[in-house]
Design a protein around this ligand. Structure first.
Ligand code: CO
Length: 134
């Protein structure tokens, strides 16, 4: 059911410092920072030949990654995003198999302008999984 790895998201406390690591130390091509207030993050996109990395910095008081960074002050992998051909069919299949979809269960428009859903980490090997309509 799942297709390509769309991106790996890494939560960071300092987006400028993390961008410098990826740009200067790792030699990656990175975007400028983009604030996404509706998601509570500021994001930098890193384009690799076969996938993307997203650096996420908390934006606003109730950012969904604030608690993650309290537990992991150095930052860390926050979620992985897999593409699916039909997000509603994927959701229905997962729910039928007993997996938990976070939030209302209805897809939201994600950072790339496409519908996304998040799945409970406890059902997926301790990893928060994002599904994105391909
Ligand atoms: Co994501």
């Amino acid at each position: 059911m799942i297709g390509r790895l769309n991106h790996v998201a890494i939560a960071v406390r300092d987006l400028a410092a993390a961008s410098k690591v990826y740009r200067d130390t790792l030699g990656a091509e990175i975007s400028g920072p983009e604030a996404l207030p509706e998601h509570g993050v500021t994001v930098v996109f890193i384009t690799l030949p076969n996938t993307k990395i997203e650096l996420l910095e908390p934006l606003g008081a109730d950012s969904p990654i604030a608690r993650f960074l309290e537990k992991s002050p150095d930052g860390g992998i926050h979620h992985v995003c897999y593409e699916v051909d039909d997000i509603l069919a994927a959701r229905d299949r997962l729910v039928k198999s007993g997996a938990r979809v976070l939030g209302s269960g209805e897809p939201k428009i994600g950072a790339h302008g496409k519908p996304v859903l998040f799945l409970h980490p406890k059902d997926f090997c301790g990893t928060l999984v994002e599904l994105e309509q391909a």
